[in-house]
Ligand binder design. Sequence first.
Ligand code: BES
Ligand code: MG
Ligand code: ZN
Length: 532
Amino acid sequence: MDREKMDKIEIASKTGDPLTSVADGLVVGVWEDGRMAQDFRKRLDGALGGEVSRILENGEFKGTSNDVFFLPTMGKLPVRYVILAGLGSREKTTPELIRRISGTVARAARSRNLASLASTLVSNQDGDAENLSEAIVEGTLLSLYRFDQYKSTDKDKKEKGKKSGPSSRDLASLQIFSSREAEKKVRKGIEWAHAIVRGTYLARDLGNHPANVATPSMIARTASVECEKRGIRFVSYDREKLEEMGLGALVGVAKGSMEPARLIQLEYRPSKAANVRPVLLVGKTLTFDSGGISLKPAEKMETMKGDMSGGAAVLGTMTAIADLGIPLWVVGLMPATENMPSGTANKPGDVLRAFNGKTIEVINTDAEGRLILADALSWGVKKFDPALVIDLATLTGAVTVALGAHAIGVLGNDQKRMTEVLETGEKVGERGWQLPLFEEYFEQIKSPIADVQNVGGRGAGTITAAAFLSHFVEGKPWVHLDIAGTAWVESDEPYKPKGNVGIGIRLLTHYLGTLAEDKDLRKPEKRDSRKK
Ligand code: BES
Ligand code: MG
Ligand code: ZN
């Protein structure tokens, strides 16, 4: 489903007896040992003639994590199906597991044409009702995302293997059952999930659109529409202006392309903002990375339309925090351009001058992300004097070598902030893993003729990229997130359909939520400058 349809799904918190629910499917968790929350097993057995126990005892369904079983109720309960959802071993029932199983359930329900679901997956763990209900809604809505705008016929728009026909229905309602005491938390969880999912759908769309559509100007236009709806201040700087501003590294990358570049600036400043200096988010918005003169091989080059995922995450996060009214002053910057080979493109060996005056020898034109970030970071720091800088970028293939698809590479100059980001990631199911930024790595990016060069040789590619960026944050507290391994999935995962993941929005939205409570950010005086 698309963004509009997703926004129309009715999501409600319910108290009372789930067994009286009138949805198409009632989702009930089952652990590996056959236990179910509350007295569901006994009561379902009572209503369905012992069928749940028979299924479990026969091993037809084992409660294995992420396994589902649709049990028709034959009119014996108001719901048409009881959907048994495997939770695995009891100790491991985390919100992330609930997010995944809710995604798997939602897709299975879609292939059966069920239009309404009621979930009881919060019921047994009311203490964590907020996170669990958020996970249920996120898992459900994120799993149903589809990008089929370029399919011409309705038939092609259907999920593979799904029968076409007039009765084909999208999910219309989702109910979340909890105790009366937990209801307030459930409502909050639903609200957060909705804002995060809305931002993620937007980011996924931008990442899945081909690069001939999602150009820097299209992204700027989209951002401006979304900002207008929410009172976020929007400014877009064009090529001429960027040259005038002295953003020589960004302009350098852009000059190989016919597609006009942009620096997109978003500012969310609610009147009740807790901080006196803003948080600056910077996202690499490279709308197509061919590698430039240092051209990439043809295989999988089409996925480089997703090289703007960092910028998409910044936009999605800005919309989410505005929708939630998080009381924090946040500025987002999205340097947007293509990286193309041409007669006007950067050549290996060219020297560029970044906004902060540092000269950069371009050894490899494919290491372009750090060039555009260098300018966005140093310009943003100068203009906004932020209390904290966070950048997100599909920056290095090397981060996939190091961490695969299961963790964001986290680097920076402020251990406290990095630790906080890692902790938030763990909680919300967008994990990071820290890599070191030892002094020694800086040797690798010394240039014989300029202040710095844009690549650091074979070893530690993710680290030398971050070392390069640190030259442009002017000692401000800074966290760098390398999302090259996590921004894109090659095959469907429970709540990540093949394609752009929309990574980083859940992590950043929650992290900014915690920062709204951060006392350090209320102080007007500057924090110590950190060393590189
Ligand atoms: N956009 C790429 C990084 C990337 C690779 C993202 C694979 C997603 C999937 C980046 O601009 C790049 O080309 N990096 C080079 C750096 C190298 C030339 C030092 C890389 O990783 O190969
Ligand atoms: Mg590149
Ligand atoms: Zn790139």
